[in-house]
Design a protein around this ligand. Sequence first.
Ligand SMILES: *Cc1c(COP(=O)(O)O)cnc(C)c1O
Ligand SMILES: [Zn+2]
Length: 356
Amino acid sequence: MYWCSECARTFALDEVVWRCSCGGLLDLPPVTDRGFEVDRGTGSLWRYRSMFPDPTVAQVTMGEGMTPLVIDAPGVWLKLDFLMPTLSFKDRGSSVLVSHAAAIGVGRVISDSSGNAGTSVAAYATRAGLVAEVYVPAATSPKKVAQLNAYGAEVHQVAGSRQDAADAAIDAVTAGGAFYASHVYNPLFHQGTKTFAFEVWEQLGAMPDVVVLPAGNGTLLLGAAIGFAELVAAGLAPTPPRLVAVQAARCAPVAAAFSRRPEPGGSGETVAEGIAITHPARGAQMLAAVRASGGTVVTVEEAEIVSARQALLARGIDVEPTAAAAWAGWKIWSAGEPPGRSVVVGLSGAGLKSPH
Ligand SMILES: *Cc1c(COP(=O)(O)O)cnc(C)c1O
Ligand SMILES: [Zn+2]
């Protein structure tokens, strides 16, 4: 069941609902009623389905997950989470969320996105035989819009900001009663992204000390936090890693809240379009997750993002600027840290999605 983070009202999982009647965000209770099992015969993130709300749901899958973890420097690993069916980590969440939408019998899903989440939802919806309607800001990378069209999504390019695109999607959901396949609001998305944590733990054979992730709406950050917490709760690791969230200096609301600066600052416009989120709906949860882990939020300048992309290319790794931001953030963060910690940096989106 879903439960409201504000008033604790509950909703059955087969209800078409995306927010509580009180306006509160919906969450899912932690999975505590079963053991943590890894089905090693399954090569996708569905190997961890024992920890999904419904392990027996019909899987809408394209083999997503189990992305490579490669060494970047001694003690530093890059998780190539862009090696996914639609070339971003969002496929983790979409696979689980769209499986659920198909299972409860909806024919149509709506989402809004800076590009990658919508593309991912569109691909999985198409695979499940559902119609996907996606709202994106007019300034979205042409390659991402082309990818959306290629998957047969009904694309609405909304004049204005990322928030305007979200507002338009919510209007459409409210008007038509469609299923809002939102990576921000529907907590089933985080059930998919939590597998990032399970994979890191399984691939390293231990918890890392630190995990560095880009943070816009926090779907990867919050999912990872849930996953690490579930590993600890299952007795499989003593403590979760510290979470380092990376934001663009030009769009850094969570960083501002973390350091208790009054104003987020910045224009909100950044080459890291995937994290250009001025008002993250789950901002308070992101802050709480970072704080609880003993981690921090770092900001990166535009020039640092651009040079991080080049530095990764020089290693043969081609990611989009939003993903490069995480690596830039790791560089900045690690400069102030004693060496010797094990660190995983999540690389979230492929280079082909945005111009070089
Ligand atoms: C969506 C996205 C992000 C940010 O994820 P959030 O869940 O909004 O924090 C980072 N990188 C890429 C490539 C993305 O598509
Ligand atoms: Zn409520």
